[in-house]
Design a protein around this ligand. Structure first.
Ligand SMILES: NC(=O)c1ccc[n+]([C@@H]2O[C@H](COP(=O)([O-])OP(=O)(O)OC[C@H]3O[C@@H](n4cnc5c(N)ncnc54)[C@H](OP(=O)(O)O)[C@@H]3O)[C@@H](O)[C@H]2O)c1
Length: 288
């Protein structure tokens, strides 16, 4: 039941349940370009069709668009541009490698134009506001995304790193097809605060980032006792179990594990084959 394609909210777009998160391919510690291309090739060759990127997946402000250019080039080489949905984001800056919110309308417009060029497309299928800039306010940032949508530069609008209250506020302004927040068996905040359920009720996809624990947290996942035990039982990895748990928690949930190694993304894609029992899901609910 959980293994079939999933909708990106009310966008009318269906994708395979496990996507690829692009961040580790472009930030500090990133692999050589040839290895990054291998990760993308392995993903699409095994049926992957949803990629999450952002203009700020790069080293710093001088490197903006690195991850978008990487995916555009990799998909072009593979001839798979039309077969893969690429979602990107705007609303952050990277001065000296920091992550700083900037939701000013003029900045979002300039970022969107840069992303169109970096991705080599006329319209961005899913454009996500990377974070709410408290100094600007959600309504003002969303107003600009709406204008970009009306101009045909963006097909669908998504949000990232938001609260349930902010989603309600946004839905009163404009249709939102997705929310992308940190969520894993190790961090179940958005189950507890009602955001995951709110997304389901309002026809919004919940894109789980850091779905196996995040850039550093994934090591903790590997060491977690129940995850290790279940992995042994299923002859799978704790990563596959963590992703399977998310897929069982709602048909609107789309995990986007990151990978710098082909073996990591190939392992993650196998999560769709795991059918957990209700008792196992409940036991994992108690981890985070
Ligand atoms: N919206 C936001 O603010 C935000 C924030 C953070 C992340 N994200 C998105 O979420 C994506 C994922 O986040 P993330 O990269 O921080 O963390 P992650 O998905 O938790 O992955 C972290 C690391 O875990 C390893 N890994 C993942 N799956 C594995 C598997 N099946 N087997 C073995 N190792 C595995 C990978 O290591 P290797 O590198 O060794 O392959 C990967 O680099 C990002 O790429 C980005 O698209 C969004």
């Amino acid at each position: 039941m959980h293994a079939g394609p999933r909708s990106i909210g009310n966008s009318g777009i269906s994708v395979q349940p496990v996507g690829l998160g692009g961040m580790p391919l472009s930030i500090t510690g990133r692999p050589a370009q040839a290895q990054a291309y291998e990760v993308v090739k392995a993903f699409v060759d095994h049926g992957g069709d949803f990629i999450d990127t952002a203009n700020v997946y790069c080293l710093d402000d001088a490197d903006i668009g690195h991850n978008e250019r990487l995916f555009a080039a990799a998909l072009r080489r593979l001839g798979r541009q039309a077969a893969v949905t690429v979602a990107t984001k705007g609303g952050l800056r990277r001065p000296r490698g920091q992550w700083i919110a900037d939701g000013r309308p003029a900045f979002l417009r300039a970022s969107c134009e840069q992303s169109l060029t970096a991705l080599g497309v006329d319209v961005i299928t899913l454009y996500q506001l990377h974070a709410v800039d408290a100094a600007v306010g959600l309504a003002e940032s969303l107003g600009e995304l709406r204008r970009l949508q009306q101009e045909g530069k963006i097909l669908h609008i998504g949000l990232s790193n938001i609260t349930p209250e902010q989603l309600e506020q946004a839905l009163a302004i404009t249709p939102i097809v997705s929310v992308q927040n940190r969520c894993s068996v190790l961090d179940q905040t958005d189950f507890r605060n009602g955001l995951v359920a709110l997304c389901a009720a309002r026809g919004v996809a919940f894109i789980a980032h850091s779905a196996v624990g995040g850039h550093q947290g994934h090591v903790r996942l590997r060491q977690q006792a129940l995850m290790k035990a279940l992995a042994g039982q299923y002859q799978a990895t704790p990563y596959q179990l963590a992703l399977a748990w998310l897929l069982h928690k709602g048909k609107h949930i789309l995990p986007i594990p990151g990978a710098t190694k082909t073996q990591s993304i190939l392992d993650s894609l196998k999560a769709t084959a795991i059918a957990l029992t209700a008792d196992e899901v409940a036991a994992m609910d108690r981890i985070g």
